[in-house]
Design a protein around this ligand. Structure first.
Ligand code: AOF
Ligand code: ZN
Length: 437
């Protein structure tokens, strides 16, 4: 039985809708919505619009004015308690005299901000967890970045009904219909980066910019080109400077003179392949929450193989390309049904004449934000058992018994993640922080 009333649900639902209005503009910040109400009566609404500007709560409090007193605040993300580019929302809610704060989900970035404690000390009733799953999903990229130190990776592919992504000669223009290509633009607009490979740049010479059919505002995503040998043509459209571009290459590659001024990132490479996990960690450090991959079967396959693909955004067109055409994912060798890669079908929708499928690896690489070994003080047998179980649950992240930041692989072993910069910093700053293994 839910602790929350139907009125609570209706207001939180509204706050989630409001949050979506910041979808293309808040990055690297999360999208957040806030509703202030007395019972059914809404007295103020707000959403976070742009990083560096006022938070959702501040807009809602301004709209409510004196009516904020003894109201309930519904917030899709735990109010901040630390001063960032703007002052803490927890204090603004206390000052305005709200009586109750209902939070959909916690904010790992604010875990040491003391927001909940301060609000409770001020006499505010704080309740968590209303529509938590939807609120986590709304900021899946932000949580991925702050909790596991890498972006949420969405691999977009367009295929024929026989699962082919290009002809043998590389031609893939156009498998999906125009409506699908417009739809792709909206997924690009919400992403912090679009990742492609040198093969796609050579074959299609794409722009990889956001072109939407309405006037929606957006922050242009970073175009990231994986080009181990820095060998794409100097006049490729993607390096035309129209949007920010990062060339990622083998750290040992010679830099041709025409790319000396270009923003570049050299990474270790083995057999001509750049370390993709290192790339993702680097993108997270640059504040990238979501990466949209728009590449061929080779890079897409490599990401699945490395367990770095969190979602497959698949446009399937009612056409046949035949068995000489290129596969969906290259380099995935499966000889036994037990090795197959199962996916969960999240959503199916018809876009124009195509089918759009959204799929996520099963078990999810990143899902409900389960963490273990973090932010607990004091021993407690039940809690210990719970976190020990989470330490074996595929996808969960946390600190292992040697205090390394890790993710549980499908086979139960631990993959060492690079500690997100911010967590490192906070631990260094706070010698008393008591994070258990
Ligand atoms: C909220 N409400 O609407 C948002 C929050 O640099 P700042 O001051 O904008 O702080 C950014 C951090 O604040 C961000 O990383 C996240 O933890 C939180 N975002 N919090 O209470 C909001 N956008
Ligand atoms: Zn805030």
């Amino acid at each position: 039985m839910s602790l929350f009333s139907s009125i609570d649900h209706a207001h939180m639902q509204r706050a989630l809708v409001l949050a979506e209005r910041g979808r293309f503009t808040t990055k690297p910040n999360p999208v957040v919505g806030c509703v202030l109400a007395h019972g059914e009566r809404v007295v103020g609404e707000g959403f976070h619009q742009r990083a560096g500007e006022a938070h959702a709560e501040v807009h809602a409090l301004e709209a409510a004015g004196a009516d904020a007193k003894s109201a309930t605040a519904y917030v899709t993300l735990e109010p901040c308690g630390k001063t960032g580019r703007t002052p803490p929302c927890a204090d603004a809610l206390i000052c305005a005299g709200v009586s109750r704060v209902v939070v959909a989900c916690e904010d790992a970035h604010q875990h040491d901000g003391g927001a909940v404690e301060r609000m409770r000390e001020a006499g505010i009733v704080v309740e968590h967890g209303l529509m938590r799953a939807a609120a986590r999903e709304a900021n899946i990229g932000f949580f991925s970045r702050v909790e596991r130190g890498r972006p949420f990776v969405r691999v977009k592919l367009a295929t024929s009904i026989d699962g082919r992504t290009a002809l043998a000669n590389g031609d893939s223009k156009w498998i999906s219909c125009e409506a699908s290509r417009h739809d792709v633009a909206r997924w690009r607009a919400r992403s912090g980066a679009i990742l492609t490979g040198s093969g796609t740049v050579r074959a299609d010479n794409p722009q990889m910019t956001v072109r939407m059919d309405d006037d929606a505002c957006f922050e242009p995503p970073l175009r990231v080109v994986l080009d181990t040998g820095l060998a794409i043509p100097a006049d490729s459209i993607i390096v035309n400077g129209e949007a920010p571009t990062l060339l990622v290459h083998d750290e040992d590659a010679r830099v041709p003179s025409h790319f000396r001024q270009q923003e570049r990132l050299g990474l270790p490479a083995v057999k001509g392949r750049v370390d993709l996990a290192a790339l993702m960690n680097e993108l997270a450090k640059r504040g990238i929450n979501e990466v949209q991959v728009e590449a061929g079967a080779t890079l897409a396959g490599a990401l699945f193989d490395a367990e770095l693909a969190d979602e497959l955004l698949l446009y399937q067109a009612p056409t046949l390309l035949g068995d000489a055409a290129r596969p969906l994912l290259a380099g995935i060798d499966i000889h036994d049904m037990r090795e197959r890669v199962d996916l969960d079908l999240l959503e199916v929708r018809q876009i124009g004449s195509d089918l759009r499928l959204r799929l996520r690896p099963r078990p999810p690489i990143f899902d409900d934000g389960d963490t273990f070994g973090e932010w607990l003080d004091g021993p407690d047998t039940e809690v210990d058992a719970y976190y020990a179980a989470l330490g074996r649950k595929p996808g969960a992240v946390g600190y292992d018994d040697q205090d390394r930041y890790v993710r549980v692989r499908k086979d139960g072993s631990h993959e060492i993640l690079s500690d997100p910069d911010l967590l490192n910093r906070e631990r260094d700053d706070d010698p008393d922080s008591d994070r258990r293994g």
